[in-house]
Write a protein that binds this ligand. Structure first.
Ligand code: ACO
Length: 324
């Protein structure tokens, strides 16, 4: 019986910090509004010229080092902000990590990308196709948000994090137990970059259609319900009562969403990992980044029941259960 086991984790944040006060100087907003509505105090932003691939390469190198490995058999990148529309960014990351020759591809599921990636990596390892997978979540939302839209510009931050999964035996620490995914394209317009794809390929340089936009209020309501449902379903599938979850690592979009889902799952507040204050919403990077930060702070102990739950553009959602 072959299982996928997480054997390493690493992350990379760009050095430049953007505080709520910095944003309130250029937008009609305040630190109090942003912090009380979202839990975000600051976020990171790349400088022009730094790409998602740069952050993803650094996070991938850190994860490989943490796993004590130089190589792996497959590289997956979950991102909404690839370096270019074509080709994918993952092969370039692989080459920069000295892994030219291994298969590598991008995976597009917006904020659920990392959990989608866990499903793919787990299935590939379980089927015996690959023995080790480097799964990276990396984003540079500063390159796609409209700097004049206070409804989105205050929410997102840049960053990357990665895990290494390897073939292992049931019961090994780090074991990925179960993943469930879902989607509903009827909600595609709620979180979107409307232009630049095949439906509207040619954009004027000043077109608002090139920016990311989101119906925050509607997404909020759907996120709480879908995340709670998905988390419950995966907990049940692995035989956990939801109150037994030691660390709930939900997609870091909004502290109020995380608290609301935590309450519905019957979790004490300290079991809900919330790292929004320093990094904001990093989309596909948010779950591995929160996991990496929790691990670095010794917030996780061997044997802890970890439940990761995502919700985002697509609409997409999913949950993964693992034992730390
Ligand atoms: N500063 C001050 N006022 C603001 C700001 C701001 N930055 N942004 C919006 N407002 C105003 C609005 O204009 C509105 O004013 P009005 O009442 O006069 O119209 C008022 O504040 C309330 O706006 P709401 O949108 O109702 O505020 P809400 O409490 O819902 O918070 C937020 C907005 C933070 C976006 C919230 O809805 C949210 O977190 N939504 C979910 C986001 C999410 O989970 N996304 C999914 C993942 S992201 C992805 O997939 C890429």
């Amino acid at each position: 019986d072959v299982r996928a086991v997480v054997t390493g984790i690493g992350s990379c944040l760009p050095p430049d910090v953007v505080t709520n006060d910095d944003l309130s100087r250029v937008l009609d907003t305040t630190h109090d509004w942003i912090f009380s509505r979202t839990g975000i105090a600051e976020r990171r932003a790349v400088r022009p010229g730094t790409s998602t691939g740069d952050l993803g390469t650094a996070a991938g190198a850190a994860a490989l080092e943490s796993a004590g490995r130089r190589d792996c058999d497959l590289v997956l990148l979950a991102t909404t902000t690839p370096d270019q529309r074509c080709p994918a960014t993952a092969p370039q990351i692989a080459a920069r990590l000295g892994l030219a020759g291994v298969p590598a591809f991008d995976l597009s599921a917006v904020c659920s990308g990392f959990v989608y990636g866990l499903s793919v990596a787990g299935a590939m390892i379980g089927a015996g196709s690959y023995e080790s997978v480097l799964l990276i979540g990396a984003e540079t939302y500063s390159t796609i948000v409209d700097p004049a839209d206070r409804g989105t510009a205050v929410l997102f931050g840049d960053g990357a994090a990665a895990v290494v999964l390897e073939r292992g035996l049931p019961g090994t620490p780090g074991e990925l137990l179960h993943v469930e995914l879902g989607s509903d394209g009827a909600g595609a317009d709620l979180i979107a970059i409307p232009g630049g794809g095949s439906r509207a390929p040619h954009l004027a340089a000043d077109s608002a259609a090139r920016y990311f936009r989101m119906d925050g209020r509607e997404v909020y309501a759907q996120a709480v319900a879908a995340m709670t449902r998905s988390a419950r379903s995966v907990a049940e599938a692995v035989g956990w009562r939801t109150e037994q979850i030691d660390a709930f690592v939900g997609h870091q979009a909004n502290a109020r969403i995380l608290r609301a889902v935590g309450r519905r799952l019957g979790l004490a507040e300290e079991r809900v990992v919330c790292r929004l204050a320093e990094v904001g919403n990093t989309a596909g990077a948010s779950i591995p980044l929160a996991l990496a930060q929790a691990a670095a702070d010794d917030r996780l102990s061997k044997g802890d029941r970890v439940l990761m739950t995502a919700f985002g553009g697509g609409l997409t959602w999913g949950s993964a259960a693992m034992v730390w």
